[in-house]
Design a protein around this ligand. Structure first.
Ligand SMILES: [Ca+2]
Length: 84
């Protein structure tokens, strides 16, 4: 016959297992996200990623096709709004 203590222990074990399942689930998701993120490591740069215009210009000049859209007006000067 189950005593109240046994019921409390069983309830707590169930609760612990449920919590533990969620932790395992969360950790699994984090591992999958970290794994998938290694396949897409190219950062997308915006003007706000640079403190000074020459830094943005250097990044722009490494790739004249302007894949980061640092020179939206097409005058070959990247992120004019940033301080020199
Ligand atoms: Ca420009």
């Amino acid at each position: 016959m189950m005593t109240a203590t046994n019921l409390i222990i069983i309830y707590n074990m169930k609760y612990f297992n449920m919590k533990y399942d969620k932790v395992i689930y969360a950790i699994s998701i984090i591992i999958v996200i970290l794994f998938l993120s290694t396949f897409n490591t190219r950062k997308d740069y915006n003007c706000s990623d640079f403190k000074r215009q020459p830094d943005a210009q250097n990044k722009f000049e490494k790739n004249k096709e302007d894949i980061y859209h640092l020179d939206k007006d097409g005058d070959y000067i990247a992120c004019e709004a940033l301080k020199k």
